[in-house]
Design a protein around this ligand. Structure first.
Ligand code: AMP
Ligand code: ZN
Length: 115
């Protein structure tokens, strides 16, 4: 369930110290170390899932819950009404750096148009 080469698994195991701004049985959230907006939070499942296409191998994983966590944090960060972006990067063309599924919650200021 954990990968020893993975920075997020190392955070889960306590090998890399990080402040959890949210934690439940299945998820935790931290502030991105290299934020691209005033609010930049990562919502991370506690199980090591590399890629979205492998999600069927993890029946305990629940997208609804991950997005519910993001909304709860967006509310606490006071960006629910001003606006935010939810992003999942996948593989090379997206610039994915950490191969452990995570949802970026980005907001707090006007974001660059992506389309
Ligand atoms: P991605 O490019 O979607 O894989 O995003 C990975 C994100 O994790 C990047 O935005 C990094 O800045 C962030 N990151 C990497 N290591 C840490 C860490 N130890 N604590 C917080 N954020 C991190
Ligand atoms: Zn991992």
């Amino acid at each position: 369930m954990v990968s020893y080469d993975c920075v997020f698994c190392k955070i889960i195991l306590g090998e890399i110290l990080s402040e959890f701004i949210y934690e439940s049985e299945l998820f935790f959230a931290i502030r991105d170390i290299n934020p691209i907006a005033l609010t930049h939070i990562l919502i991370i499942p506690k199980i090591h899932i590399n890629y979205l296409e492998l999600i069927h191998e993890f029946p305990s994983f629940d997208f609804n819950e991950m997005y519910a966590v993001a909304l709860e944090i967006a509310s606490k960060e006071n960006i629910l009404n001003s606006g935010y972006r939810l992003v999942i990067n996948q593989k090379e063309d997206s610039g994915q750096e950490v191969e452990h599924l995570h949802l970026h919650l980005i907001g707090g200021n006007k974001l660059k148009d992506i389309g």
